[in-house]
Design a protein around this ligand. Structure first.
Ligand code: NAD
Length: 294
């Protein structure tokens, strides 16, 4: 964990207009959090139904706050107005900072990053919410790699305080400082970390998922494992957590971790996460994972 330079931090202009690419579990959460804390955000996806899901999620969270009396109807409307859904890069020349949150696939991310860079002002900062993919590798797709770093939120974005800000080989201090400032403006606790597969938190979390998969291979019942971990004191067990994260996202991230740390993370044959992925049981996002959701 590194310190951000105080000199650059004090010089970082606040983000006035943000954008998020991908309106899924994470993109929708980032849009909601940014808007709630006052920074307008464009939310871009390639599918209208995905944009609608992102907006629905923001609506649901705000309706909950309205019901509990934490906000009034005017504040709810104002917050929703700060999220502008879009299928195009039309207004991106106004954007100060982008959070890329599309699928966990290096080639898809590289092509999306190169596309967005072409529509931004020269000094705009691009960040990626990748869970595991090297920031230095993703930066290869960019003309201005110095303006690029990781900005790794955790799920659900509105609840989880930590944000990892990841320094790639070519990332400038100014890019780190601006990203740290945006994370703070969103009410989060940023930590600056160096680049490696999984960064810091997922280097702990994915071996834990590996331990869970090994227990299942040895014949354990996932429901019982979840109950044990809840009694241990964790808010949820590993199977339920995989359903929340998205089994597809966890599977892709696990493969990146295995390639990065073959001696520690690679396993022989298919494990339960691979199997669930092959079955298309992605978790809460498609109503069927380890558990079923109505
Ligand atoms: P998701 O599957 O819920 O959403 C991905 C979204 O990206 C979809 O709406 C899809 O339509 C959209 N998309 C795909 N290609 C696109 C493109 N070219 N342009 C714009 N949008 C596009 O996935 P998610 O769980 O939100 O994960 C997104 C990223 O966040 C991944 O890199 C993932 O590793 C990371 N992440 C996920 C979690 C988690 O718990 N799910 C936590 C931290 C980080």
């Amino acid at each position: 964990v590194k310190k951000v330079s105080k000199k650059y931090e004090s010089q970082a202009e606040p983000v006035r207009q943000a954008a998020v690419l991908g309106a899924g579990i994470m993109g929708g959460g980032v849009a909601y959090q940014s808007a709630s804390k006052g920074t307008p955000i464009l939310m871009k996806d390639i599918r209208t139904d995905a944009l609608q899901l992102g907006l629905d999620e923001a609506n649901k969270l705000l309706a909950g706050q309205l019901k509990r009396g934490r906000i009034d109807a005017a504040k709810m409307a104002q917050t929703l107005n700060r999220i502008v859904p879009t299928l195009s890069y039309g207004d991106f020349e106004q954007v100060d900072l982008v959070v890329e949150a599309v699928v966990e696939n290096e080639q898809v991310k590289k092509s999306v990053l190169a596309d967005v860079e072409a529509h931004l002002a020269e000094d705009a900062i691009i960040t990626s919410n990748t869970s595991t993919i090297s920031i230095t590798a993703l930066a290869e797709a960019l003309k201005r790699p110095e303006n690029f770093c990781g900005m790794h939120f955790f799920n659900p974005v509105h609840k989880m305080p930590l944000v990892e800000v990841i320094r790639g080989e070519k990332t400038s201090e100014a890019a780190i400082a601006k990203t740290v400032a945006y994370a703070k403006a969103m009410g989060k606790t940023p930590i600056v970390v160096n680049d490696c597969p999984g960064f810091l938190v997922n280097r702990i979390l994915f071996p834990y998922f590996g331990g869970f998969a090994a227990l299942i291979a040895d014949g354990a019942d996932f429901r019982k494992v979840d109950k044990v971990m809840e009694r241990f004191g964790w808010p949820m067990g590993p199977a339920y957590l995989l359903d929340v994260v998205g089994v597809d996202t966890a599977h892709h991230a696990d493969r990146v971790m295995a390639a990065g740390f073959p001696d520690r993370m690679e396993h022989e044959g298919e494990n339960v996460i691979d199997r669930m992925f092959q079955l298309g049981r992605f978790g809460q996002k498609n109503s069927e994972g380890f558990y079923r959701y109505e």
